[in-house]
Design a protein around this ligand. Structure first.
Ligand SMILES: [Zn+2]
Length: 377
């Protein structure tokens, strides 16, 4: 079929194109989304590289990461906590066509409490501003308004503990009721969606009831949480790799307390995903690990290994990401839908690995990567 793209969206097919590419014999699909990324992040950083660098170094690393990702068919990246709001700057640059890259939506700096998740992450970055450390309701209101002012498309909160540090539990809440209520009230008023790092059922239920848009990780969610999330339209971004990819965790040199907690949580994490799918919770895909391109593809494999069928995985990783990020839930290139897509050899339903090496990648309606010379595709 012919696809006509103008102003970043697909158009009705009877228009007259200014430029054409021949994609005969290739399969077209909406591009993939990594819905949980930290493009400049170093995770545990055993070499302490982060201690010596400044925001420009991190910004450049993030740019390289985005570039590799888009060459591997990732046309959308949702950044959920990034130092100095550098994700927002990249997002604007790609949107404007200053650089060719994926669609980047971001939360800028995440929000956590004093001593909350992220505190021991993993060393002090002395030369840039990481999470906003926020305590008390009025400070929460100010933090959300600050992020809106900076141009964030999401608010990211560290609602519970996680894997990182010995002094927190993955499912225990870290905000007071009053802090969460004010944060959600201001976010809802400003119509900005909120993503919560959240391991446990009770915090997930409270967040979902207040209008929370997405739960990240969801390590120990049970059927009750799944039911509430499904009813309220709260999404799950499971990031299975952080508990399921023990090979990666060993290779990256995670400290033993974190690797042990990751191993312990693996069965609960898989069960939580199944409970959510069963209850009808919408799921998008995120890797939470770097580099984005290779790790996102690995996450697709992890989801299949956890029992999700390929059609479900491909849908969650493409249409799911689009819908979560406000581009609509259409699964076909209808007129008016965002022209973010890949052309690949063969059929991803038969060989999912073909998605790792797309022939052509389109984001914001522009060709951002082509494996062949101009005019050849
Ligand atoms: Zn994360």
């Amino acid at each position: 079929m012919d696809l006509l793209i103008e102003n970043g969206v697909f158009q009705a097919e009877d228009g007259r194109p200014a430029d054409t590419v021949d994609g005969s014999g290739l399969t077209a699909m909406f591009g993939l989304w990594d819905c949980h990324a930290h493009a400049g992040g170093l995770m545990y950083d055993p070499d302490a590289a982060g201690y010596f660098e400044g925001a420009p170094d991190r910004t450049i690393r993030a740019g390289q990461n985005f570039r590799q990702a888009v060459e591997m068919g990732v046309t959308g990246v949702r950044c959920v906590d990034e130092a100095d709001d550098l994700d927002l700057a990249w997002g604007r640059a790609y949107q404007a066509g200053v650089f060719l890259g994926p669609r980047v939506v971001g939360a800028g700096r995440g929000i956590r409490t004093t001593g909350g998740h992220g505190t021991a992450f993993p060393r002090v970055y002395t030369q840039m501003e990481a999470e906003l450390i926020v305590d008390g309701p009025s400070a929460m209101a100010r933090a959300v308004r600050r992020q809106v002012e900076r141009g964030a498309q999401w608010i990211k909160i560290m609602l519970t503990g996680g894997l990182y540090s010995p002094h927190e539990a993955a499912s225990d809440g870290q905000f007071t009721e009053a802090e969460l209520a004010v944060l959600m009230e201001v976010a809802n008023q400003r119509r900005i969606p909120v993503a919560a790092h959240c391991g446990g059922t009770e915090p997930a239920i409270a967040f979902s009831r207040l209008g929370g848009r997405s739960i990240e990780h969801g390590y120990e969610l049970d059927e009750r949480a799944a039911e509430v999330m499904a009813r309220n339209g709260t999404w799950l971004v499971p990031t299975l790799g952080v508990t399921h990819d023990q090979e990666y965790i060993a290779a990256e040199g995670w400290p033993e307390h974190a690797a042990a907690r990751s191993r312990e949580l693996m069965p609960a994490h898989a069960a939580a995903l199944h409970a959510c799918v069963e209850a009808g919770v919408k799921v998008a895909v995120g890797a939470d690990l770097n580099p984005i391109g290779p790790r996102l593809h690995r996450e697709l494999e992890m989801l299949e290994r956890a029992g999700m069928d390929r059609r479900w995985v491909l849908h969650a990783a493409s249409v799911g990401g689009r819908e979560l990020n406000g581009l609509g839930g259409a699964s076909t290139p209808d007129p008016g839908t965002a022209a973010d897509m890949v052309l690949v050899e063969g059929n991803p339903m038969e060989s999912i690995s073909t998605l790792r090496r797309p022939v052509l990648v389109v984001a914001h309606g522009r060709v951002v990567f082509s494996r062949r010379g101009r005019g050849e595709v």
